[in-house]
Structure formats: structure tokens, C-alpha cells
Design a protein around this ligand. Structure first.
Ligand SMILES: *[C@@H]1O[C@H](CO)[C@@H](O)[C@H](O)[C@H]1NC(C)=O
Ligand SMILES: *[C@@H]1O[C@H](CO)[C@@H](O)[C@H](O)[C@H]1NC(C)=O
Ligand SMILES: *[C@@H]1O[C@H](CO)[C@@H](O)[C@H](O)[C@H]1NC(C)=O
Ligand SMILES: *[C@@H]1O[C@H](CO)[C@@H](O)[C@H](O)[C@H]1NC(C)=O
Ligand SMILES: *[C@@H]1O[C@H](CO)[C@@H](O)[C@H](O)[C@H]1NC(C)=O
Length: 761
């Protein structure tokens, strides 16, 4: 009895000495150990990203996390009521109520509101100005409102990028400007735009290259930095005559007009979003808040799970009584340093425990996503599972929050083939798919790669590595060269898949299959004496206008569940697990079947697949691309022996999509903000599009992706170049206009003939 009571009391004690689960980036395990000290009330909840932290806080799996300014704006849209703000995080040297305010400063004589800026000078701190962490949406708020860069009436958008349309409109609206920094993430596109629209750089100064200001700033005054881009933009305004505007942060307006050029203040006013103006009186300049602003940014904040928020806040008040780090090496100081910041960081407790919507919704009132006008329509990402769709909608909202153009949208379909169909039919625009679908997407769905995916070089398993595998007994007796494969029985993971195409390429090289045969079903079906190529009979895979009966490509396939009895089994050729020989593991199982002779497959997971099929590594041998058997049994072969060594995935879009360039640029922009380019702390929104989301990998991109590459023969990485080469035969078939495209080619020629009055066709 006494023991039971003791036990009961200790349970109570354990409960009341509450441990709070604090989100800590999974890349910081050391920190978790130093948090795990005697008496600590904080335990690490390891998270992949701060977005994962928000999801966990909403579900109660984590209790406390820290979020950046832009993340607070995102959460006010995406999870408006799912958590509570316990404190904002500010800089001790700043007394402003906001992280920043973006304001437009004009001569006090300005008339005509926003439209009155037409033809005038535009002084901008620069698209690459990092100090205040302005998102593209903030950087472009004034120009969007004044020049209506989000509308392009009567403009042909085909072949053009959102960036080009934007600066084109700007150059027509402003007479001159300095808008330094990259206008596009794509450096060559940026250079082209800079040379085409030079008026937008004309105020930057000599030899600025539109990368910065080089105007003479005069002597520097203590307390105001002449190399600050906002101060430079204000100086650019001060030197302009007539209509002009500087779009800058309020804190620098105060420095400029109270410390640096107080004599000039009375000649200027703040232009408000409603078109009114408010003079820069000494009283106005004395205020920490601007009279009006185009964007007011909430401070970053500590968010807590709603049920625990009150309790956590009162604990935080005792851990960090002054709002600063308590100092020393106690766990309270470790926690402060880990999530809040250094000696300049201060925590301001929020008494009302506002929701994210209360906290930032009123400051940054973003337009609803589908109500936002834009020149290029939203690019539609096709997703194939509910969780992938959720990741996509977070990315969509994050991109919308940052003001990335064109917008993203997400639509969910049941599988990859449904997506390929939708993209072909122009009811979706793009998808990242495994390289396995590269041939079918090109041949059957008229798609092409807008990007290839870069795989981590340090992880060989990240690439697609295709090999031809024989049983050792066969290799010793019957098959030593590709020529010997004629009339034999072959296993493929999938019809038209990467292994299928890699075999055909090798067969063309060895001249055992005629390169003039563009019907890939006939080419393989007539070469072998039987095969299992799952999907060969399905409309989703079949060669468009083939008159070849592909049944022999299914002769080897077996159902995974055999019907007991002495009657003939139904023929299967399905491309799912109802076909025992579907997929890479299925091809290994197929090779274990004495009826078959050779399997062409991706070596990913080969050890497990061999084990599952009861094959020892010593029982198989690779037939190399150069037509010799590997020197040893087993599957450890070098790259030269492989039939293909290529990237494992790519981003596909319609080959003839007139908006392909803008999609290409969008993917570069997404990679810039949500890829592995910046340190987590430098990201405006910590969401990694290649990483796991909510604990699940392989969503939107395979987890092996680390970046994007251009789908050109000149690609930097070998596996990317190899991948392009893999489709050269298909390309030659397409350009030689065989049966499948002949009709179209002839129609084109008729058209040409009509136009040129030459009788060609
Ligand atoms: C930059 O854009 C051009 C034009 O769209 C494109 O051809 C090129 O591949 C792009 N380069 C990179 C590195 O994205
Ligand atoms: C938050 O917003 C809700 C609904 O708009 C309102 O009822 C509530 O009072 C607000 N809370 C705070 C702390 O501002
Ligand atoms: C070699 O080929 C012959 C004729 O096709 C066949 O009978 C024999 O079983 C094969 N041997 C092996 C080990 O596969
Ligand atoms: C291959 O793997 C899939 C998915 O894990 C499974 O459903 C299937 O049964 C496996 N096939 C064989 C032949 O082991
Ligand atoms: C063929 O390739 C394999 C694997 O790279 C290599 O070991 C072998 O020497 C090559 N044979 C010939 C004849 O080039």
C-alpha cells in the first residue's frame, strides 16, 4: 500500500515537473545534449524545418518553436488559429513597433497619387538588399501598386518570363530608375534584361552595372552609413528633380532626415497606398512608426501549442525574467541562445496570447491567392498523394507569401500516369518524376524535361544505375554477348521504363537491333523469344500508332497470386504488384525463374531484391555495355559496365507549352528560396522543397534530389549528360517523322506550301 502511494506520488511529481518539447533543427544534435541537463524543463523535438515545427505545434507533438517574420505572415494564412504567440523577438537597439516598414518618400510638391509617379524617377534599395530581409513581395509592393506590374493587358506572354514582363512594364512607367540587384535568379536572363531595360539602371551611377549605387554620397555623417542602400536610395531621391520616389525603410528615413539631411526634410512627404501624402514634419519623424506604409512587418515570434500557451508563457517569464538571456551556462541560457538569439535579442511577452492571424494578419494583409492578378497564370503542379498535396499547398502559400511570380497551384491526381495525361491535355503543367518514366513521358505524352534533378554526388545510390543481369549458370554456358540474347527470354521492370530504354540503346550500339526501328515494342518484341515488360499492353504505356501485337512482351509475366488448379492461368501484364514480375524487385524474381534468361534492371536495392528472390550474389553476373561479361559474379560493377548511369529524376512539362520559359525561371526561383542554397537562418521561410515534409520523404521531389540542372547536352554533371544521350535515338525518330508524327509533319508542309506557294508535299 505504502509503496503504491509512493509510486502514485512520484507519478504526480513527474507530471508537474512538465517537460516542454521545443523544436530544434535536426541538424543540431549537440544542442539537445546541452539542453538535457539536470532540472531542465525543455527537451528537444527534432524537426526538419520550421514548417514541420508549426505542424507539430498545431497537433501538440511539440510545444514551443521560434518563427521568422515571414513565417509569421505565412502562418497567419495557412494556420491562422492553430497556435498562440507567447512572445515577439526584437532587437534591443530598435524601438520600432515593427521589424520594418516599407515607405514611399516623394517631394512634398507631389500630386496625382500613385499614378502621379508616372514618368518620374524611382530610387530602390535593391532586390538583393539583405539587411532587413525584404521578400520579393515587399521589395515590389510600391511598383506593383503604382505601375500595376501584375497586369499585362494586350501583352503577348508567350515565350516570356514573369521577370521580363515585370521590368518591361516598369520601364514604361518610370522615366528613370535605380533598381539594383538581380532581376532574375537566372544570371543570363538577368544580363539580357539589364541590357534591354537600361533606363531602370540609369540612376545607379557610373559603372554600377546595375548591381549597386555608385553615386557620390559626399562626406559621411556619424550615425548614418553612406554604404547603406536605403540611405543611398534616399540620396538618389534628393538629387532628382521633378517627379521622383524613393522606396525605403522608415527607420532609414528617420536617420536620413533627422541626422544626415535635416534641412531637406520639409521638402519631402510620405506617399501613402491610398494616394494621399503626409509631410515629414519633425513630429512625424520623431515617431517610431511611419505615418503610412506599403508593408508593415511583424517581428519574429515564439509560438506555443494553444493548450499549453498560458503555462509556457508564465514559465518563460521565470526562465527569462528580463526578456534577455539570463546568462551563465544554465539550461535556461542555453535555450535562449538556441532559439531566441544573442545578446541583442529580447523577448517581449504578448499578454493576450494572440493567434498568428491576430498577430500578423492585420499588418500584412496579403491578397487571397486566387484573387491575385498576375501576368503569367499560376503554374499547376501535379501531385499524386494527399501528403504530397499538402506539401505542395504549403509551398504554394510560402511562395505566395514571398510574392514569387508566377504563382504556384497544386492539383492532386491518382498516379503518375494520370498526371502525365493531365499535363499533355493542358489541365496541369508540370511534375517531377523518376527517370523511369522519361521515355514514356516523351514518346507517349509529348512532354519534355524543363529541368533535370541533381543528385548528391557523395551518394552513388542516388543515381539510376541500370545493368543487364544473367544467372551465373547461363553466363557460363549460353550467353556471353548481346548477340546471344536473340530469341532468349528477358525480364524488364516496366515497359518503356529506364531499363527498357537502356537495353535498347545498348542493343543499338551492338547493332543487334536495327536503329531504324522506332517502334520500341516491335524492336524488343521481335528480338527476344519472350519477355515480361509490365504495362506493354496498357494504353497508358503502348506505343501510339503501333501495329505490333505486344503480347510476346508479356509472355513471361506471372500473377503474384496464382490460382490453384490445373487450368491455364490468366495472362497478366499489369504494371502493379498484381504482376509478380513488375518493378526492380519483380525483375529479380523473374530472373530467378528458370524460364527466363536475362533481366534488365536498376541496381537500386539490388541486395535486398536478390535476397527476397533467394538468389545469392555469386549466382548472378552482369553483362557489360561493352559486350563482355563482368570479370566476377555479383553486382559490384564499375560505371562503364552499366547500361545507364543517369540522374534519377526530372521535371517534366508539355514540350510545346508557350509558358515553358516562365516555368523554367520559376523553378530556379523556387530553388533559390526553398532549395539547399541558403543557411536555414538566412531563409525567409524555412521550408525545404527537396527535404522530408512532416516526416515523409519522396514528396514533390525524391529525397535524393539536392538541386536542379539544365536538361542540355552541355549539362555540368555526367549523369545529367548521360540522361540526355539516352533519348537521342528517340529524338532522331521524332525528327525523322515516322508514322506517329508523319501526318502532322505533312500538314505542316502543306501549310508552308500554301504560304510560300511552293508545292512540297
Ligand atoms: C537561363 O534562362 C535561359 C533562357 O530561358 C535558359 O536557356 C537557360 O538554360 C537558363 N539557365 C539556367 C542556368 O537556368
Ligand atoms: C483575435 O481575433 C479574434 C477574432 O478576430 C478576436 O475575437 C480576438 O479578440 C483577437 N485576440 C486578440 C488577442 O487580439
Ligand atoms: C542453354 O541453351 C539451351 C538451348 O536453348 C538450353 O537447352 C539450355 O538449358 C541452356 N542452358 C542454360 C544453363 O541455361
Ligand atoms: C516488390 O515490392 C513491392 C512493394 O514493396 C511488393 O508489393 C511486391 O510484392 C514485391 N514483389 C516481389 C516479387 O517481391
Ligand atoms: C568492358 O568493361 C568492363 C567494365 O568496365 C571492363 O572491366 C572491361 O575491361 C571492358 N572490356 C573491354 C574489352 O573493353
Amino acid at each position: 500500500m505504502g509503496f503504491k502511494l509512493l509510486y502514485f506520488l512520484s507519478v504526480i511529481a513527474a507530471v508537474s515537473a512538465q517537460n516542454y518539447r521545443v523544436c530544434i533543427s535536426s541538424s543540431n544534435p549537440v544542442l539537445c545534449q546541452s539542453l538535457d541537463k539536470d532540472g531542465s524543463q525543455a527537451v528537444c523535438e527534432s524537426v526538419e524545418s520550421r514548417i514541420d515545427c508549426a505542424l507539430k505545434i498545431a497537433r501538440g507533438e511539440a510545444h514551443l518553436g521560434v518563427f521568422s517574420e515571414e513565417e509569421m505572415v505565412l502562418l497567419s494564412q495557412q494556420q491562422p488559429e492553430a497556435s498562440r504567440v507567447v512572445a515577439s523577438i526584437r532587437d534591443v537597439s530598435r524601438n520600432e513597433p515593427y521589424a520594418f516598414e516599407a515607405v514611399a518618400i516623394v517631394p512634398v510638391t507631389h500630386t496625382g497619387g500613385l499614378d502621379g509617379l508616372r514618368g518620374g524617377s524611382y530610387c530602390h534599395p535593391g532586390l538583393d538588399e539583405p539587411d532587413l530581409r525584404w521578400s520579393p513581395r515587399v521589395l515590389k509592393s510600391l511598383e506593383r501598386a503604382a505601375a500595376r506590374t501584375d497586369r499585362c493587358p494586350n501583352t503577348d506572354t508567350n515565350g516570356r518570363t514573369a521577370e521580363e514582363l515585370e521590368v518591361d512594364t516598369l520601364s514604361q512607367f518610370f522615366g528613370s530608375a535605380c533598381r539594383p540587384g538581380p532581376w532574375s535568379v537566372n544570371a543570363s536572363l538577368d544580363a539580357t534584361l539589364k541590357s534591354r531595360f537600361q533606363s531602370l539602371c540609369s540612376l545607379c551611377g557610373d559603372q554600377s552595372n546595375c548591381a549597386r549605387y555608385t553615386i557620390d554620397m559626399g562626406v559621411s555623417i556619424a550615425g548614418v552609413r553612406n554604404d547603406n542602400r536605403h540611405i543611398q536610395a534616399l540620396e538618389c531621391l534628393r538629387r532628382s528633380n521633378g517627379t521622383a520616389v524613393a522606396y525605403v525603410a522608415w527607420q532609414h528615413v528617420r536617420e536620413f532626415f533627422t541626422i544626415r539631411n535635416p534641412e531637406a526634410a520639409s521638402a519631402y512627404a510620405a506617399l501613402c497606398p491610398d494616394g494621399s501624402a503626409s509631410a515629414l514634419s519633425p513630429d512625424a519623424l520623431a515617431q517610431p512608426a511611419a505615418p503610412c506604409a506599403f508593408a508593415r512587418q511583424p517581428w519574429g515570434a515564439l509560438l506555443a501549442n494553444t493548450d499549453k500557451a498560458q503555462e509556457i508563457q508564465s514559465n518563460l517569464r521565470t526562465w527569462w525574467p528580463s526578456g534577455a538571456s539570463p546568462g551563465g551556462s544554465g539550461w535556461q541560457a542555453v535555450l535562449f541562445g538556441a532559439i531566441v538569439g544573442g545578446s541583442n535579442a529580447r523577448v517581449f511577452f504578448e499578454d493576450g496570447l494572440p493567434s498568428p492571424a491576430n498577430y500578423s494578419g492585420s499588418l500584412r494583409n496579403l491578397p487571397a491567392m486566387d484573387a491575385s492578378p498576375s501576368c503569367v497564370p499560376a503554374r499547376r503542379w501535379c501531385t499524386i498523394s494527399p501528403l504530397e498535396h499538402t506539401k505542395c499547398t504549403w509551398l504554394q502559400m510560402a511562395a505566395h507569401t514571398l510574392g514569387i511570380e508566377p504563382a504556384l497551384s497544386c492539383q492532386q491526381r491518382s498516379d503518375v500516369f494520370q498526371c502525365l495525361t493531365d499535363i499533355r491535355d493542358n489541365t496541369a503543367d508540370f511534375i517531377a518524376t523518376p527517370a523511369n518514366y522519361g521515355y514514356l513521358a516523351r514518346q507517349h505524352y509529348g512532354l519534355s524535361a524543363v529541368k533535370l534533378v541533381q543528385n548528391s554526388r557523395s551518394d552513388p545510390a542516388a543515381f539510376s544505375r541500370v545493368a543487364a543481369l544473367l544467372r551465373e549458370s547461363t553466363a557460363q554456358t549460353n550467353i556471353t554477348r548481346f548477340e546471344n540474347l536473340r530469341g532468349k527470354k528477358a525480364c524488364f521492370p516496366e515497359f518503356g521504363g529506364i531499363s527498357y530504354v537502356s537495353f535498347l540503346r545498348a542493343a543499338h550500339e551492338r547493332e543487334v537491333v536495327s536503329a531504324s526501328e522506332c517502334d520500341y515494342a516491335r524492336a524488343v518484341g521481335e528480338f527476344f523469344g519472350g519477355a515480361c515488360a509490365p504495362g506493354a499492353l496498357d494504353a497508358s504505356h503502348a506505343f501510339d500508332r503501333s501495329d505490333f501485337d505486344a503480347t510476346p512482351l508479356c509472355s513471361l509475366c506471372k500473377p503474384s497470386v496464382t490460382v490453384v488448379g490445373n487450368f491455364s492461368q490468366p495472362q497478366v501484364c499489369s504494371y502493379d504488384s498484381s504482376n509478380k514480375y513488375y518493378g526492380n524487385n519483380g525483375s529479380v524474381a523473374c530472373l530467378a525463374d528458370p524460364d527466363s534468361d536475362v533481366a534488365f534492371l536498376d541496381l537500386a536495392g539490388i541486395s535486398a531484391n536478390l535476397a527476397a528472390a533467394n538468389l545469392a550474389e555469386s549466382q548472378v553476373r552482369v553483362l557489360c555495355r561493352n559486350n563482355t561479361l563482368a570479370a566476377y559474379p555479383g553486382v559490384s560493377v564499375d560505371q562503364n559496365c552499366l547500361l545507364a548511369y543517369v540522374v534519377d529524376s526530372e521535371v517534366l512539362a508539355r514540350r510545346n507549352d508557350p509558358l515553358l520559359n516562365s516555368l523554367n525561371a520559376l523553378l530556379d526561383t523556387l530553388d533559390n528560396y526553398f532549395g539547399y542554397n541558403a543557411a536555414t537562418s538566412a531563409q525567409l521561410i524555412n521550408m525545404e522543397m527537396y527535404s522530408a515534409f512532416d516526416g515523409a520523404g519522396d514528396l514533390l521531389f525524391r529525397s535524393t534530389a539536392v538541386g536542379l540542372a539544365e536538361p542540355s547536352a552541355a549539362a555540368a554533371s555526367e549523369p545529367a549528360r548521360n540522361y540526355n544521350q539516352l533519348f537521342q535515338h528517340l529524338d532522331s525518330c521524332t525528327s525523322a517523322a515516322p508514322a506517329s508524327t508523319g501526318l502532322f509533319a505533312c500538314a505542316t508542309l502543306v501549310l508552308v506550301a500554301l504560304v510560300t506557294r511552293l508545292l512540297v508535299c
